[in-house]
Design a protein around this ligand. Structure first.
Ligand code: PGA
Length: 249
């Protein structure tokens, strides 16, 4: 199975020109790597500037495009929101749902659950983010993460699970947090096993949180992660390409 490496650009970069510059560098490198599926998730306004994923017009080796969020309703009067149909029309294949930065802005498990269902029904691949805010010694964080998974996937039909990916991102490990540091491969492995047991399915599990060229191999090969969700380092093409090459080993 190919490793799945997803770039989460968050609210960056500040111009389309810069976005194209980063994208094109990554595209050239990613096209040569056969054991990696590369996905770039730019801000909504840049989505349609990149080669289309689902609807054709795409050179076979170009990275797939993903969105960082989507609205839970399919259509209607929802000022400022973006629908699943709009994403699909822009050639988007993946969508991140439930990122901790959105949860921090008030997104609840119920909203996340609705978004997941809407996106899966539309045929998008959902990258569902979970992870504890604090790591305690008593392993409560495992149950916390299980709760997030159970609530987010409540009454999601089994037939959609093939399009589901779980991204384990401990909030304290995300590089924008004060005193952030990446998790270690041993405890990430424990979580990956725990998540797979919770779901009783073969769902890909990714790790995210301060991923860098220095620690990528540990998460991919020691922790046995199916891929990585990369924030800050995905905006530095040289470093993101290093991560892609490590995943291609
Ligand atoms: P980071 O972000 O790699 O900058 O820690 C990861 C994420 O928030 O998805």
């Amino acid at each position: 199975m190919k490793k799945l490496i997803i770039a989460n650009w968050k609210m960056n970069p500040n111009s389309l020109n810069e976005a194209k510059r980063i994208f094109n560098k990554i595209k050239i490198a990613a096209g040569k790597l056969k054991k990696v599926e590369t996905v770039i998730c730019p801000p909504f306004v840049y989505l349609s500037a990149f080669p289309r994923g689902v609807l054709g017009k795409l050179s076979k080796d170009s990275p797939w495009i993903g969105a960082q969020d989507v609205f839970c309703e399919e259509r209607g009067a929802y000022t400022g929101e973006i629908s699943v149909s709009m994403l699909k029309d822009a050639g988007v294949k993946y969508v991140i749902v439930g990122h901790s930065e959105r949860r921090e802005m008030g997104e609840t498990d119920e909203i996340i659950n609705k978004k997941i269902k809407t996106a899966l029904k539309a045929g998008l691949k959902v990258v569902f983010c979970v992870g504890e805010k604090k790591r305690d010694g008593e392993e409560k964080y495992l149950n916390f993460t299980r709760e997030q998974i159970n609530k987010g996937l409540k009454s999601v039909p089994q037939k959609f699970f093939k399009n589901l990916i779980i991204a384990y991102e401990p909030v304290w490990a995300i590089s924008s947090q004060k005193k952030a540091r990446a998790d270690n491969p041993e405890s990430a492995l424990k979580m990956a096993v725990f998540i797979k047991r919770t779901l009783l399915q073969k769902i890909p599990v990714l790790y995210g949180g301060s991923v860098s060229p220095e620690n990528a191999a540990g998460f991919l090969f020691k922790a046995g992660m199916n891929g990585l969700l990369v924030g800050g380092q995905s905006l530095i093409p040289e470093n993101f390409i290093k991560i892609l090459k490590i995943a291609n080993r």
